[in-house]
Write a protein that binds this ligand. Structure first.
Ligand SMILES: Nc1nc2c(ncn2[C@@H]2O[C@@H]3COP(=O)(O)O[C@H]4[C@@H](O)[C@H](n5cnc6c(=O)[nH]c(N)nc65)O[C@@H]4COP(=O)(O)O[C@H]3[C@H]2O)c(=O)[nH]1
Length: 905
């Protein structure tokens, strides 16, 4: 045991207070000795130096254990404890710790290092550091190891990347921290080695993640911008470059450039809010581009914080919504436009089968009277009510079917039921695929417009004074009449030019007011005497034009002209004045007097002047021939009136012969007019005039009475009884009291009804067929026979013919005349005979003049004939003679097949 250990042992057993007292005393003693040894020499005292040295020696001997115990030992204890702790630490530390000397020889490895390298500390002690570590240079001349190994002063601590080499030769990436320490005057090295395989992989993953993130950020269609707490840009992706126009290089590290000056404060405030943790989502802000153009952006922002939550900056995602904003603004504008439009607008949903309304504007409500709520969901067809029969509706439907736009004028109805004219424009709206999704309808209430238009048209086409059509409308109507009637059917059209004879005098003497009143009164009178299709127009002044389209007979024209003249017969009472006016009328007829509007007006005007020349107050035709005819007709009419009064008529009788026996079986009464100057006038000339004037009624009654009386007279004279055929004209047939009149005459004359036959033309009975059938039934019910005259010239409905109680068909002489030459006529006659027989009727051939005609008729079993071949119409006396003589038709030359003759008999 050394001195130190022994001293330690002794002192360890002393009580602690004593040890402390002893240490105190030794210390005091040492101080004293020191002072004694040094002070005398310094002060020059007499204490010998030897004594002092002895004292000092004793002191050292005595104080040594004390100093050991109280100073060195505690210090040594601290060092040992530290060493112990270091060992423990090294044993348990997770990092590998290696030590090697200045020559690179390994000294020790802690357990973690042993595990890392797969070698025990003892195994590797003394081996080269390079056996377990390949240190990568961090500089150009391996600046790591060289200075450390050479113990230079440049580096005392270094960190570097290294590669660990395990005992099995495998390697792992390592991080190495080297420290240089001096032990026992020698430089040693302590290295902390960490296997960085995991952290390196984590780093790699992090790097990959960062790369992806960066790619994502750059590829984002939205601008991604980050700023630090001071507002300097730290991230600026490509979309941000496109949105704002600045490149990343221009803005990184600089303040965010896109904030307009007037919005800086707002921007700062927003950034602060975000830094305080507030999240900002889809805030719409105004920013500016690099070229100064303002843009609208939608922005979402969030703070960027470190792991401790300390804010480092703000990241924002930015979308350029300028286009959307513009669209929104456009939509607002469009909506505003639709709402302020004076036209009603509807939008319907074409994807729905019923195409219901999804929008109407206020104008729609105003025009129709329906509120939005009443129409949404309904198809707009409710506006047309039950009024479906509109040509434009069909066109609208067509447009819908073809999915195209179109404009239509429809009759629609408001909520209160009042109609309005709707000028409707529809347009389909298509989606990207071209499918119609909606229809837009723009309605325009053109009721007023139409009224105004009509008013305008009326004013442009009518005489403001009289309200009659003016020259424009006249020309239009006459032009239409010419085009439609004249060129299509070639029916005559009459144009009358009427001029007042004494209007100027009235105007000059009674003034313009009375003159105007006169013109109006004349207009009214003229209108009242015309039919619906006729036109009366005023050309100006006292000139009026009358147009009669579709004139059937000349008599109509004369009737109207006469009516016009008569219109002025009664005086006009105007402002207390009784005014007499007369008119002169000129008449032009299409096509004889002209084929154009101008020609007809011009010629009617000329005719009117002619009427003036003829002494006014009369009418004149443009053509001289027409005037002559009219004159003749007029005089004939006058004579006819007189003839009826003076009994100037007489009857001739034409016998009818039975073709089977050749005997006279009947007669037809044919009227003759024995005119005092003209002699015998043909019925073909005066019957139509008598019909037009109505004189046919008294004349026809005379004929019937005379014929019946004559027949009865023959019978009474003992002549063989005959059937008397009497012609009935249309007017007679339609006369109300026809049946009574016939009955009365039969009674009066005493003739049995079966000896009377009434002849009616085919066209006459076919008009108003039902009524005709009833009259015919009334007649036949009374035993009177009915024959159809001139059969084949008119249009017969066979079904009616079958139902009419007709006894005889008289085949028109036009067919008889040509039947032996014209095969068509022959066929017709044969057919008529066959048909009549089929219907249970007899046939009578009219106008038979030739033996061969008799031959033909007999061969085809026609029952009776009438014609010059046997006898012309003759007087009553002559016919009486024929009957008395028993004149018969010689049928001997007739070449009838004996079989037919047998059949006929
Ligand atoms: N060429 C030719 N003609 C022949 C022949 N046989 C007879 N006629 C004529 O043919 C006409 C036959 O009379 P209608 O068809 O009834 O046609 C009659 C009839 O429609 C009408 N008519 C005659 N008398 C009267 C009457 O008293 N009352 C009415 N309402 N009409 C009458 O006047 C028409 C003409 O009478 P009419 O001049 O007497 O002419 C008669 C007669 O003279 C012939 O072989 N050859």
């Amino acid at each position: 045991m050394g001195f130190a250990e022994k001293s330690d042992k002794i002192l360890r057993h002393l009580p602690s207070p004593l040890r402390q007292l002893l240490a105190f005393l030794v210390t005091i003693f040492a101080i004293e000795l020191f002072l004694m040894a040094l002070l005398p020499r310094a002060a020059g005292s007499g204490t010998p130096l030897a004594v002092s040295l002895l004292d000092a020696f004793l002191l050292v001997i005595l104080s040594a254990p004390i100093i050991w115990w109280s100073v060195v030992r505690p210090l040594r204890s601290v060092a040992l404890t530290a060493s112990l702790h270091t060992d423990l630490l090294l044993d348990h530390i997770a990092d590998g710790i290696i030590s090697f000397d200045g020559a690179g020889r390994l000294l020790s490895l802690n357990p973690a290092a042993e595990q890392l390298f797969g070698s025990g500390s003892a195994e590797v002690a003394g081996r080269s550091i390079s056996d377990i570590l390949a240190i990568r240079s961090t500089g150009k001349d391996n600046p790591l190891l060289t200075p450390l190994v050479c113990c230079g002063e440049e580096h005392s601590r270094l960190t570097c990347e290294a590669e660990g080499i395990r005992s099995d030769g495998s390697r792992f990436p390592a991080a190495l921290a080297l420290s240089r320490v001096q032990l026992d005057g020698k430089w040693n090295f302590i290295g902390i080695v960490r296997d960085v395989t995991e952290s390196r992989e984590a780093g790699e993953r992090l790097r990959e993640t960062n790369e992806k993130l960066d790619a994502l950020i750059q590829a984002s269609p939205q601008g991604i911008v980050a700023v630090d707490c001071n507002g300097n840009v730290t991230l600026w992706n490509r979309a941000a470059e496109e949105i704002f126009g600045w490149s990343a290089d221009e803005v990184l590290g600089k303040p965010y450039p896109a904030v307009p000056a007037e919005r800086e404060a707002e921007h700062r405030k927003l950034r602060e809010l975000v830094l305080q943790g507030k999240r900002v989502t889809d805030v719409e802000l105004r920013r500016r581009r690099r070229d100064g153009v303002p843009i609208d952006v939608s922005l979402s922002a969030a703070p960027i914080c470190d792991s401790l939550g300390t804010p480092l900056g703000v990241i924002t995602i930015i979308s350029d919504i300028s286009a959307r904003k513009r669209s929104e603004q456009e939509l607002v504008l469009l909506k505003r436009a639709m709402e302020s439009s004076i036209n009603g607008i509807t939008i319907t949903d074409a994807t729905h089968p019923d195409n219901p309304i999804i929008y109407v504007n206020p104008a729609f409500e105003r025009i129709t009277g329906y509120g939005v709520d009443e129409v949404i969901g309904k198809n707009p067809r409710f506006l047309r009510g039950d009024d479906r029969d509109q040509a434009e509706l069909k066109k609208l439907m067509h447009a819908f079917r073809e999915e195209r736009e179109g404009c239509f004028v429809l009759r629609n109805y408001r909520k209160d039921g009042s109609p309005f004219w709707n000028e409707l424009f529809i347009a389909p709206v298509r989606d990207r695929d071209g499918v119609v999704t909606n229809y837009i309808g723009v309605m325009n209430d053109i009721t007023e417009h139409r009224r105004y238009e009509e008013q305008l048209v009326y004013q442009a086409t009518h005489d403001p004074l009289t309200g009659l059509p003016n020259r424009n409308l006249l020309q239009d109507r006459l032009g239409q009449a010419l085009a439609l009637e004249a060129f299509r059917r070639r029916n005559p059209i009459c144009v009358m030019f009427l001029d007042l004879d004494n209007f100027k005098k009235v105007n000059d003497t009674l003034g313009h007011t009375v003159g105007d009143m006169l013109l109006k009164a004349v207009a009214n009178r003229l209108k009242n005497c015309l039919r619906g299709g006729d036109t009366v127009a005023r050309l100006g002044g006292d000139e009026y034009i009358i147009v009669l389209p579709n004139v059937r007979e000349m008599h109509d024209v004369i009737t109207v002209a006469k009516k016009m003249i008569n219109v002025f017969a009664a005086p006009l009472l105007l402002m207390g004045n009784e005014i007499y006016v007369t008119a002169s009328i000129g008449i032009a007829l299409f096509p004889t007097d002209g084929e154009t509007v101008d020609a007809l007006l011009k010629n009617a005007d000329a005719a009117m002047y002619h009427a003036k020349e003829q002494g006014k107050n009369n009418y004149q035709f443009y053509s001289a021939e027409m005037n002559t005819r009219v004159f003749e007709r007029l005089s004939l009419e006058t004579s006819l009136h007189r003839a009826v009064k003076n009994q100037e008529f007489m009857l001739h009788y034409q016998p009818r012969v039975d073709l089977r026996s050749g005997q006279i079986c009947g007669v037809e009464a044919l009227v003759r007019w024995n005119h005092p100057e003209m002699g015998l006038v043909s019925p073909a000339k005066f019957i139509p005039l008598a019909e037009e004037t109505g004189l046919i009624v008294p004349m026809g009654e005379w004929v019937l009475r005379t014929a019946c009386a004559q027949n009865k007279a023959w019978q009474d004279a003992g002549l063989p009884p005959l059937r008397m055929a009497v012609n009935l004209s249309a007017r007679q047939f339609r006369q109300e009291n026809l049946i009574e009149m016939v009955e009365e005459i039969l009674m009066e004359t005493g003739l049995a009804p079966q000896w009377l036959e009434l002849e009616l033309t085919e066209s006459l009975v076919m008009q108003e067929a039902e009524k005709s059938a009833a009259i015919l039934r009334d007649l036949t019910d009374r035993g009177i026979e009915v024959a159809i005259d001139d059969f084949g010239t008119g249009y017969s409905s066979l079904s009616y013919l079958k139902r009419f109680p007709i006894a005889n068909l008289k085949i028109d002489q036009a067919f008889i005349r040509d039947m032996t030459r014209d095969p068509d006529d022959a066929t017709l006659v044969k057919t008529i005979i066959t048909m009549a027989h089929g219907l249970g009727m007899k046939t009578i051939a009219e106008g038979v003049e030739l033996a061969e005609q008799i031959d033909f008729l007999c061969r085809h079993q026609c029952e009776e004939m009438q014609g010059y071949y046997f006898s012309r119409p003759v007087t009553a006396e002559e016919l009486g003679r024929l009957l008395a003589e028993g004149k018969t038709l010689d049928l001997s030359p007739v070449h009838v097949d004996p079989r037919d003759r047998i059949r006929a008999v």
